[in-house]
Ligand binder design. Structure first.
Ligand code: TLP
Length: 349
């Protein structure tokens, strides 16, 4: 019987395990727009506790969490500073412009975080011609920079600087638990340096849907209104919150395994001459592979890998991305390595 493909497209592809499905089936529910779904309340309390924040809000996706946060922190005509390769700048279909009426000021960086000096250069003076700089958005881990972890000292400096300039800080922490697993720094510490944090239940933590927005009571109250405005007010959604609770209770401690597997994959692929990859830069669960030297296009590579049962995603003109997750075990990684060898070693012969 043929194997299922080794699906390394994203850590979003995980399927709920039998025990997560049991938790879903047994969940108590109510109407969450009336705020009487007990399981959603439990999830929100647990998320607030784990992140050391006053309150939390369950949102359908990471994108909605980020966009709700931008709506809550800004007014039309404000400017928000983002990293050039960030999810907010690249993958949210210009949501900040359309929904919040906010202009984004991107800063190019090497690894996914900017310095205070870079930040200082783009902050607007108080001038009638210019937008008001209101918000700084961070992304940790950083997706397009290969899952890089922002050093905590950098975040501390940014926080201090933002406070001195009256700027709010929002963290796109879709994979903040991966950052924590890699650095050993408690998620509470990362969140304490931000006015709001979004993190995803539906990525490495293995839930089928959902993200959390955390912050102060005041922030979450405003965010709840904007979530409703965007159509994210959900009803008997305790069945989904139950999956989130299960994910938070069972799937955080195992994230380090995904990182070990990503490093194994990176180290093996780095030995293939036509692939360019920096295994020492793989800090978490994302591996970015430059295939330029193979002479093949990204489309050709995707097709050849897929035919042999390995799925990855295009990640730029000459790069593809592989992400390890809960549904990938050691055997899958060895199979993926074998397939990459077949595709790329054959190509140089
Ligand atoms: N990332 C997805 C794709 O959208 C690219 C992926 O496969 O990695 N912030 C970051 C840093 C993300 O990587 C993502 C999703 C989001 C926000 C948005 O989350 P969702 O997909 O739940 O809207």
């Amino acid at each position: 019987m043929p194997h299922d493909p080794v699906d390394l497209r994203s850590d979003t592809v995980t399927r709920p395990s039998p025990s997560m499905r049991r938790a879903i089936a047994e969940a108590l529910v109510g109407d969450d727009v009336f705020e009487d779904d007990p399981t959603v309340k439990d999830l929100e309390n647990l998320a607030a506790e784990i992140t050391g924040q006053e309150a939390a809000l369950f949102v359908p996706s990471g994108t909605m969490g980020n966009e709700v946060a931008i709506l809550a922190h800004t007014q039309r005509g404000d400017e928000a500073i983002v990293e050039y390769d960030s999810h907010i700048y690249n993958y949210e279909t210009a949501g900040a412009a359309v929904l919040s009426g906010v202009q984004l000021a991107p800063i190019s960086t090497e690894k996914g975080w900017f310095s205070v000096e870079q930040l200082e250069r783009v902050i607007r003076p108080s001038d009638v011609h210019e937008p008001v700089t209101k918000l700084v958005c961070l992304e940790n881990t950083h997706n397009r920079k290969g899952g890089s972890v922002t050093p905590i000292e950098v975040m501390r400096e940014i926080r201090e600087f933002a406070l001195s300039r009256g700027l709010r800080v929002h963290l796109d922490g879709a994979r903040i638990f991966n950052a924590s697993a890699a650095s050993g720094i408690d998620v509470k510490e990362y969140c304490s340096l931000c006015d709001s944090t979004m993190f995803c239940l539906s990525k490495g933590l293995g839930a089928p849907i959902g993200s959390m927005l955390v912050g102060t009571h005041g922030f979450i109250k405003v965010a709840r209104r904007y979530r409703k405005m965007l159509g994210g007010g959900m009803r008997q959604v305790g069945i989904l919150a139950a999956a989130g609770i299960y994910a938070l209770k069972n799937n955080i401690a195992r994230l380090a395994e995904d990182h070990t597997r990503a490093r194994r994959l990176a180290a093996a692929l780095a030995e293939i001459p036509t692939l360019r990859i920096q295994p020492e830069e793989v800090e978490t669960n994302i591996v970015v592979i430059d295939i330029a030297a193979s002479g093949m296009t990204v489309e050709e590579v995707l097709l050849l890998l897929e035919r042999k049962g390995v799925l990855v995603v295009p990640f730029g003109r000459t790069t593809v991305r592989a992400v390890t997750h809960l549904d990938i075990d050691d055997e899958d990684i060895e199979r993926a390595i074998e397939v990459f060898r077949e595709v790329f070693l054959k190509a140089v012969k």
